[in-house]
Write a protein that binds this ligand. Structure first.
Ligand SMILES: *Cc1c(COP(=O)(O)O)cnc(C)c1O
Length: 367
């Protein structure tokens, strides 16, 4: 008997991507295995983190790395590190920031909401978020103006499909901050496929989620220079205690990384494209649906299925999404464009059986 039956939990088909309220991702059995082994033993955690630093650095090309509880905590700890450096007194004082630089500048469109507002991660360290530009965009001058302030702790940039307004070129923003001696943190929570590109922006710290596409237990991976990463690790003696990664998370990340390295990414990408194309072909035959492949706006290496719901369809897009969720199993899709009549489905973690269930349900609902 599985956990769903044992506890009477809702069966879910997750076509919504690595969505935290649905348990985010499916881990490979090799990751589950490593995690189970970790849970059964004792370890010198310092040794485990040193190992993670070496392995992650070697795999990504970043000089250093560490693992914390999640990306949300990685943001708080990266901000804390930019205020305290490795000073034990400052680390012990947080969230009291007396005598420290406290302004954290971010383009207004990067103040994303991923279930809670990102600016709260900044405030949790005791810092003050300062929005540059407007929701519509942030010009280089708008950014310069805020970076020029002497009390600036760091620049925070976000790489996510949730970012709003005209795109801010990350390498240019990083260069602008560095001209002022301001360190830069990039939140790339769901961008573990694009780590090399994010590190190439020159950012001092790049943060990615272990549990999103990488498929580890919940973890935040912090990559960057030796100094900034050391300052993040040093928070363990301060506010970081509440944001630590357990042994199963750190060793789970290393297992997930090994799975990723053992994967032929070209073949994986072709398989994902085929899977989505087959879905689109079958969904496009349903009454009132126009289906197409949709690429990810941030450049993730797989397409999603876009379903445009015609005006004469049995249900509009929002009602269709609601009806899919209401059934058993509950089917969750991306509904952020439902008011424009479009639903998006991310099929990456879905089995062929689950895809059949989705298409069957769509067929029944659309008549
Ligand atoms: C998911 C997400 C986070 C938070 O990641 P967790 O690992 O769940 O804490 C932060 N920023 C963005 C842009 C996200 O998408």
């Amino acid at each position: 008997m599985g956990l769903h039956e044992q506890y009477g939990l809702t069966h879910v088909i997750n076509a919504r991507g690595p969505f935290t309220p649905l348990g985010v991702s499916r881990s490979d059995p090799r990751v589950a295995d490593a995690t189970a082994q970790a849970l059964g033993g004792f370890f010198v955690m310092e040794e485990v983190q040193n190992l993670a630093c070496r392995v992650l650095a070697e795999a990504t090309g970043a000089p250093a790395a560490t693992v914390v509880h999640c990306t949300s905590s990685a943001i708080t700890l990266a901000v804390a590190a930019s205020m305290t450096g490795s000073s034990p007194e400052r680390i012990a004082a947080l969230p009291n920031t007396a005598g420290m630089p406290t302004r954290v500048v971010l383009p207004a469109g990067h103040a994303v909401h991923y279930g809670h507002p990102l600016v709260q991660d900044i405030r949790l360290a005791g810092a003050t978020p300062v929005l540059a530009g407007t929701e519509e965009g942030c010009t280089p001058e708008g950014l310069e103006k805020e970076l020029a302030h002497p009390d600036t702790a760091c620049l925070l940039l976000v790489s996510s499909r949730l970012v709003r307004g005209a795109p801010v070129p990350l390498p240019d923003a990083v260069a602008a901050a560095h001209r002022r001696g301001v360190p830069v943190v990039v939140d790339g929570a769901a961008q573990d496929f694009r780590i090399a590109e994010l590190l190439a922006t020159g950012a001092d710290l790049v943060l990615v989620s272990g549990q999103k596409y990488l498929g580890s237990p919940t973890a935040g991976v912090v990559l960057g220079g030796v100094g900034p990463v050391t300052a993040v690790r040093a928070q363990e003696k301060g506010i970081g205690r509440a944001m630590k990664a357990g042994k199963e998370a750190v060793l789970g990340v290393l297992a997930a990384l090994q799975v990723r390295r053992d994967t032929d990414l070209g073949a994986w990408q072709r398989a994902q494209t085929d899977k989505a194309a087959r879905f689109v072909e079958r969904a496009g035959a349903l009454p009132g649906i126009r289906a197409a492949l949709a690429s990810d706006p941030t450049g993730l290496p797989f397409p999603r299925a876009s379903l445009r719901v015609d005006a004469d369809a049995a249900l509009d897009a929002a009602s269709l999404a609601r009806a899919l969720r209401a059934g058993a199993p509950a089917i969750w899709v991306m509904d952020h464009r439902q008011d424009e009549g479009e639903l998006l489905l991310e099929l990456v973690p879905l089995t062929e059986e689950e895809i059949d269930v989705v298409l069957d349900r769509l067929g029944k609902l659309l008549g």
